[in-house]
Structures are given as structure tokens and as C-alpha cells.
Design a protein around this ligand. Structure first.
Ligand code: ATP
Length: 228
């Protein structure tokens, strides 16, 4: 089973550790605040209070054996930096650092971080793209300029087969999957939409207004899709 250490259990580190745990990953949570450790004691596989800038303390918890360590310390940049250097020296296979500024991100990379994330920047750009393209339900950036998006079937595509739409020729995009949205009624009588099972579309499949299309292409091509 994959083992991941989350170092720094603030809001970000806590959600990360809890979600990993819920996903079946074995999580080692570390924080130098005893109260934070106590708060999470029952929720993770193992939570320990230690100062992550203390190499022998980390070694005593076999942190060198984890598959991935995430340095989620936010404000205390010096401590996060030193922790990163120690983890790499201990031989941790993959160290992911959370940076608060692009300058910090660069320094984490310089000292050997395998990956650096900036949650505020990523969340901001994700929200901006969703707001700028209200018809897009969700998207994943694959590499600079390429993405997979989820989009409601545009009205002019409804009732047509994928092969007749010739999306590859017309828009330079590919539909990689389709999933129907269905409306369910919960116990309080409230109606809400849920995503149905994802399916790989056949060229002859007719699209309906309830279908959500999973489309891959360059951001430029995706932006040309009908947005009515
Ligand atoms: P967040 O921004 O995720 O909400 P926060 O603002 O509560 O976090 P930060 O200062 O960003 O707090 O630190 C995140 C966590 O890292 C805190 O719980 C803090 O106790 C912990 N931390 C800071 N320095 C160390 C250290 N040297 N060793 C272990 N944990 C540390």
C-alpha cells in the first residue's frame, strides 16, 4: 500500500491527509503542534508531534521509507525549506512542497523538491477558467495549452451522431467519453443532478441534451466550441 507523509497539518495539510486516508492511502501525519496532532489522532493511520527540521526525529518515525512526502508547512518558510533538504538527504523518493510565492517555489526546486505546488495560484486559475466558460463543468490541464474539459452538449449538437458532427475536422478536438446527467430526487424532495456512468462513445451514438461530453484538445480549439 502506498505510504505518504504529510508534514504540517494546517488547513491544507489536514484536508490533504484526511482525503488521502479516505482514499485508502496509508498516511503519516506530522506537526510540531501537539494540539493539532491530538485533534487528528483518531482520523489518520499515524500522527506524530515532532519538529520536521530535526533529522533524527524524522528518522525515528522511518520517514525515509515513505513513497511520497508532502511538505505542507505554509508560513514557516525556513522550516519548510530545511525539511525539504533533510527529506531529500534521507532518500525520500518523492518530495512535494507547497509554496506560497513563485520565489519560494523556485527555491524549493533549487534544493531538490521533485514537485512544487502553489494551491492559491492553482485554485485561482481553476476558478477563473470555470467562470470565464460557464458552460464548462470541469477541466484538467494536461500540459501547457492542452486540456480535457467537461461540457454540456451544445444545443446544435443534440440529436446528432458524433460521426456526423466531425468534431475533429471542424474544431480539432476529440470526444473521449460521454456521461449522461440524470436528475434524482432526494428524501427532502429536492431535485439534484448526478453524473451517470462514463461511457466511451461510438461514432454512431446520438447525443442528447443531458449528455456531458469529455473533450480533449488545445485550449484554443476548445474555446471555439459552441458556447450558447
Ligand atoms: P494553512 O495555511 O494550511 O491553514 P496554517 O496557516 O494553520 O496552515 P502554517 O504556518 O501554514 O499554519 O503551518 C502549517 C502547519 O505546519 C501548522 O500546523 C504548523 O504547526 C506546522 N509546522 C510549522 N513548522 C513546523 C515544523 N518545523 N515541524 C512540523 N510542523 C510544523
Amino acid at each position: 500500500m502506498q505510504q505518504i507523509a504529510v508534514i504540517g497539518l494546517g488547513r491544507f495539510g489536514t484536508v490533504l491527509a484526511q482525503t488521502l486516508h479516505e482514499s485508502g492511502v496509508q498516511v503519516l501525519g506530522i506537526d510540531n503542534s501537539v494540539s493539532r496532532v491530538n485533534d487528528l489522532g483518531d482520523e489518520l493511520d499515524r500522527v506524530v508531534a515532532l519538529d520536521s527540521t530535526d533529522r533524527s526525529a524524522l528518522a525515528s518515525q522511518a520517514v525515509d521509507e515513505v513513497d511520497v512526502a508532502v511538505v505542507a508547512i505554509g508560513e514557516a518558510f525556513e522550516a519548510a525549506l530545511l525539511t525539504t533538504v533533510i527529506l531529500k538527504k534521507m532518500g525520500v523518493a518523492k518530495v512535494i512542497c507547497r509554496a506560497q510565492t513563485p520565489y519560494h517555489a523556485e527555491i524549493f526546486k533549487q534544493v531538490g523538491a521533485d514537485e512544487v505546488i502553489q494551491p492559491e495560484v492553482q485554485a485561482g486559475s481553476h476558478l477563473a477558467r470555470r467562470l470565464a466558460h460557464p458552460k464548462i463543468d470541469d477541466f484538467v490541464t494536461l500540459s501547457e495549452g492542452f486540456a480535457i474539459i467537461e461540457i454540456r452538449t451544445p444545443a446544435q449538437f443534440v440529436g446528432k451522431a458524433l460521426k456526423d458532427l466531425a468534431l475533429r475536422t471542424t474544431y480539432d478536438v476529440n470526444v473521449v467519453a460521454v456521461r449522461p446527467k440524470t436528475v434524482v430526487q432526494d428524501g427532502d424532495g429536492e431535485r439534484r443532478e448526478v453524473a451517470g456512468a462514463i461511457a466511451i462513445p461510438r461514432p454512431s451514438d446520438m447525443l442528447t441534451a443531458d449528455d456531458v461530453l469529455v473533450v480533449i484538445g488545445s485550449e484554443e480549439s476548445l474555446a471555439r466550441l459552441p458556447k450558447e
